[in-house]
Design a protein around this ligand. Sequence first.
Ligand code: MOS
Length: 755
Amino acid sequence: MARLIKTEKEVEGRYSEQWVVVEEDALEQWPEGPLRTVGRPATRVDGLARARGEARYTQDIQLPGMLHAAVLRSPHARARVKQIDLTPASELAGVRGAVGPGELDVLTDEPNYEGEAVAAVVADTADHARAALEEISIEWEVLEPLLDVDQALARESFLSDPKLYERGDIERGFAEADVVVEAEYRTQSVLHNALETHQTICEWEGETVNVYTSTQWLWGVRDEVAAAFDLPKDKVRVICRFMGGGFGAKGSAGDYTMIAAELARRTGRPVHCRLDRREENVNSGNRNPTIQKLRLGARSDGILTALSADYVCLLGWDGWLPPTAGPVQMLYACDNVRTVEYGVRLNSPPMDAFRAPGFVEGTFGLECALDELAAKLDLDPLELRRRNHADHDPLDERPFSGKQLMECYRRAEPHWERRHEVHARADGPWKHGVGIATQLWYGGGGPPSYAWVRLAGDGTATVLTAMQDIGTGTRTAMAQIAAEELGLPVERVTVELGDTAHGPYAVVSGGSSTTPSMGPAVRAAAGDVARQIREIAAQRFDVEERVLSLAEGKVINADGGSWLLEEITGLLEDGQILGKGARGPNPAGMRVMTYGIQVAEVAVDVETGEVVVERIYAVHDIGRVINPLGAESQIEGGIIQAIGHSLSEQRLLDPRSGKVLTRTLDAYKLPTIADVPEIVSELVDVPDAHLTNLGSKGLGEPPIVPTAAAIANAIRDATGADVRSLPITREEMLGALHEADERRRVPERVGAAPA
Ligand code: MOS
């Protein structure tokens, strides 16, 4: 019987209540450790298709008669359109239509940041469309943008109310402290720069609109387009079979989707609206900069007595306040905590979620300050972290559903011990050091998510679900889960995804939630099929169902006999065995989190300020690992992306005009393969006993969280300099070295006195 219950659901730290229907016969978790397929490395089921260029991304889709749109975006950070005339553009050869302010919600005549959409034209080719933009007659009144953070704070220009969190008594906590550390940290704005730029093709078929889009969430786009065009939800079909990365910036439909849909409706032709790389660097979301004021108090034995943090988050014109204070609130056991987060509204492009939003920024400040504290206490940084381990959730004393952080610390120990030999590498101006930083993040996923599995007469299985694979290897993980449950080799399982018309509802691929949300549904659906096979085989061969199991493409009798699966499915000829599965609830009254620690080894040239990351060791706890090879890729990708924001990436805004200066990949320095260090990764791989039929959490985000702090701490270990601002450019590095020299000369002025 189906039971209706309420469960807690979380995406990136935002919790909500969710009604969920639970089927009665929930599967027990598999035993710990590698199974036949799950837990063993699997190469990507779509790897060859991607490598050969056969995988069709939104960018590759050519529909008959397809037109191309280009968007007129505000060149000013704040301005008013005094007069606009689209006619000269519309009259150009090859131009099929134009749309301006007042005609579509995403177009404005009062832009509040550079790049905000004002008008769009559609033409036979993308070049025609872009050329036509030049012909739009427009007269601007340029207004003074609000760009200065102090001014914004004074004016209380906030996107939402400042968020205060308190537990215990912060004053008493500092009074009890033997040592206090106080410091300011800064993180910069970072751009996602997915390989595939934001883009959508829309095509109307009668009352239905087909939306081909590069998205992290098919169903979210469906809902947004349906609302914007006043359509029943199922009249919007969203398709994304292959996706070239999102990193958080492709969680919603975006102006380009609405523009494509409207221009397709007007012209009766399919319309492609695609951001070019320059638009991508201005107008597709960003990780918001932060200014963090931290104050930490500890007893002489290292036990934290007080954590206080003020965060100013420069969100831009729109967006939301990410959980920047999360690490300070949740990473360590500390009775007295106070945090304030300000979400400042400026005339700069809106922030968007970016791989572990808030926690990347907050972990940098906290984990650097913790090492400054360790230095003052003369305590081993790893030991300091152990002593402050949270055995239950510091927010509300809940038990953790599963937590292997101490095991991560244990495994990291030999890598941390390498510092003695690493120091000895010092050579001339090059100093070497090792640093650590701990990670916590969400990643438990939640309902609703559904899957269907169909087993054909030839004994091959197809998983159907309208989820997306954003490049993380979800297809492969789902194939492994179904294969395991059905006792089939992975090659006999196909995963069909990426189309809201072909399969049931699925979760957003954000918040590291895809595998922990969808995996259990896929397993349940495969389990439903497996149960039916056993029932059918029992009848056919006149044995008891309970003596039958599925493995290696066979139905196996407990007495040792077996039948090929096809002997049973083949009876049905073209008939199919159909299974369905749903993601169950999250464990009641428990906190579901992911953990890890990274150890960075760096070399610093103290004369030039050059920093080279030589090695990163990463160990993460995400419960059961489905595909160790895919997981390793996620760790490597996260660390490489983190090396970008640690050392080189930075969106620069002109402080007077508010225009983005880093518009190309010449100016905006992504890491290249030459910047990639040796990466050694490990996963604890112990199933979370309380979480779903898999015990798996997500890994998309955890690996990017601690890297910057580990690098900064390694730099301190190498040089004694405190780098407190990202990215750690040569200028930043030389400044920190200079400051450290000054401190050595006037040692009594170090840090703040205890309160
Ligand atoms: Mo996100 S930053 O896609 O969870």
